[in-house]
Write a new protein. Sequence first.
Length: 490
Amino acid sequence: MRTSLAILLILWLVCGCAVGPDYQRPTYSVPDNFRGRGPDIPTQPAEASFGDLKWFEVFKDEKLQELIKIALQENYDVQIAAQRVLQAREQVVIQRSFLFPTVNANAQTETLRTSTRGFTPFTVTLRERMAGVVFGDLSWELDFFGRIRRATEAARAEFFASEENRKFVIQTLVTDLARAYIELRALDQQLEISNRTVKVREDSLKLVKARFDYGWDSLTPVLMTENLVYGARAVVPDLKRAIEQKENQISVLLGRNPGPITRGKSLLEQDLSVTIPPGLTSSLLERRPDIHFAEQTLVASNARIGQAKALLFPNIRITGASGWESAALKSLFTGPANFWDIVVPGITQPVFNAGRLRAGVRAAEAVKQEALLTYKKSIQQAFQEVSDALVGVRMLKEVRIESSKQVKALSQQTNLAYQRYYGGMTPYLEVLDSDRQLFESELRLTQDRANEFLSVIALYRALGGGWQNGVETAGSQNQNTLGRHKDAVN
């Protein structure tokens, strides 16, 4: 028996192999350059990338940095993602445990009374007795064809995929919070413009009414000015609604109930610009966590093919049991009560299962193909997002510059229109039209400025930025646990 066991162990260690394909990273044709980069985007050094910056190096508003730190600690999506990493880690331990023998200890006693009127009568001395059994059993599947190893490989890849998903959640949280904060500051500025416009129009209404009271003008300018005042006033409550709803959105991102949000720099004081180039196109694949997630999913599905193929081959198992059994407890642990039984090897070979196992192999192969296509699609989508963001950074800056020129021109036009009207040189309709255009252009300029900042955030996210350093700050206790678990899996 010992000789047979030794031979099986040698065969397992030396000749054991894992069926199924070994993973190889798929090739993908990456473009030489990112489309959409204009002359305003830095080009040197090419090795550096805007996406490599830490989030606090991009978002310099101290209040925004404080909000991001709170969100990384308290946001529920980040905490949920961390718990999923822990779950995936334990699945690796569970799958790997099947590589080792399973040993169980068992013990039982029974009290037996036999009948003297049965088919097999016993003497009086044997009619009542207490029996006992104490034994241990062993079961060990020898992983000749790699079913367990492939399952462990798949579980390990799923663990790494969950870690990449956690990074993606952090990236999404950081950039979404930055977007919401910029949008909030834009709404604040629009509200400030609206309140200022209401005040200016109310002052104009007083002057127009005075001219009407003195008989210098008709009632028409009064009605027109009232219309301007009411239009500006109507914008104010709508902006307040949008501001409060945006604060609620930010509060939820912080992991808190809806409430007010502290502000930092105004929209005009924000410093969001692309200071270094987007980097090499090939480095994008290594920087984005969603691409890593797709690849680890592909690794897991590739390993599942080997796991499914291994079921077509014999299952080789060592089983055994050893212990003591006696009809009387007093003689339970004596030499004659000892027993053992070892089966080396026990082989089970599937013969007929109506095609179930081969269908499982084909299904696993189809899942791998789906994962492969998803991986390639995620790369393609990443390059599209970078190109869209680059052209957005370039074009929206031009839009903001032209809007600034328009506001400046309309401001001069409006001042001149008021002077001409009070000087009796032009009808009030010119004042009305200039004032309306100025108000709308100021609101539009604020939105254009916000859109320019949002395009920078979109580029930072598309290049894979946002999760750096967030991994270290997102729940220090959970992060320490995740770090130890990752080392253990490796």
